[in-house]
Design a binder for this molecule. Structure first.
Ligand code: GLN
Length: 231
């Protein structure tokens, strides 16, 4: 279909970074989630089988994974940014997000200023890491974690005072961990995109954009949304 190229015959190789629940996470020996369902639609359209390749987020957003041919497409709850657009090609936006603040539910922090002198956790290579570096008071220690699960666990166990990450994943976390809470959102106005190699796979990008548009107009997108986020 439409000149989409893949690195392995019959397979759509998808780079992601686990766990990023509910976008991609392990469950019952499989990787499942919102992005996984969206990529299944793309794979189906191309008559391919989705194969997920778990790799650090830093290499996904820097273009390393895509541009060295480790995968055909990245689906990683990844925000479209101008900096990233220089090194990878993004699909149309498929999800809105904003940075948010995770705290223990009995904590009284509701802004970055309240965390003066404290420690905030972020995830390596993410827009949340950048947001904390740009906006936290000078006396805040910003500590980087390799993945979302480590970051959230550090907040829950009190190793750090707060964590910054995307709202969707944090609201999902607090549902299952009522001793934590989302204290505020920072209104960073982000949008997620899937991404392919820079100037390297317009065919795959076109199919992906068509799948996003069709899913939004035929109700499939809403079904997938409800499945992972509820009503
Ligand atoms: N949306 C954030 C970013 O793109 C976080 C993505 C992630 O950690 N998977 O930087």
């Amino acid at each position: 279909e439409g000149g989409a190229k893949v690195i392995k015959e019959g397979t759509l190789t998808v780079c992601t970074h686990l766990p990023y629940k509910p976008f991609q996470f392990p469950q019952g020996g499989e990787t499942v989630g919102f992005d996984v369902d969206m990529m299944d639609l793309v794979a189906k359209k191309l008559d391919l089988e989705q194969e997920i390749f778990d790799t650090p987020f830093e290499g996904i957003q820097s273009g390393e994974s895509l541009n060295t041919g480790k995968c055909d497409i990245a689906a990683a709850g990844m925000t479209i940014t101008d900096e990233r657009k220089r090194v990878i090609d993004f699909s149309d936006p498929y999800f809105d997000a904003t940075q948010a603040l995770l705290v223990k539910s009995d904590a009284s922090y509701s802004s970055l200023e309240d965390l003066s002198g404290k420690t905030i956790g972020v995830q390596e290579g993410t827009t949340g890491e950048q947001y904390a570096k740009d906006n936290a008071p000078d006396d805040v220690e910003v500590r980087s974690f390799e993945d979302l699960a480590l970051l959230c666990a550090a907040v829950k166990t009190g190793q750090i005072d707060a964590g910054i990450n995307d709202n969707g994943v944090l609201y999902d976390y607090v549902k299952e961990n009522p001793d934590t809470a989302v204290a505020t959102e920072f209104d960073t106005g982000e949008q997620y995109g899937f991404a392919v190699k820079k100037d390297g796979n317009d065919g795959l990008l076109e199919v992906t954009n068509k799948v996003i548009a069709d899913a939004k107009s035929d109700g499939t997108y809403d079904e997938i949304y409800k499945k992972w986020f509820g009503d």
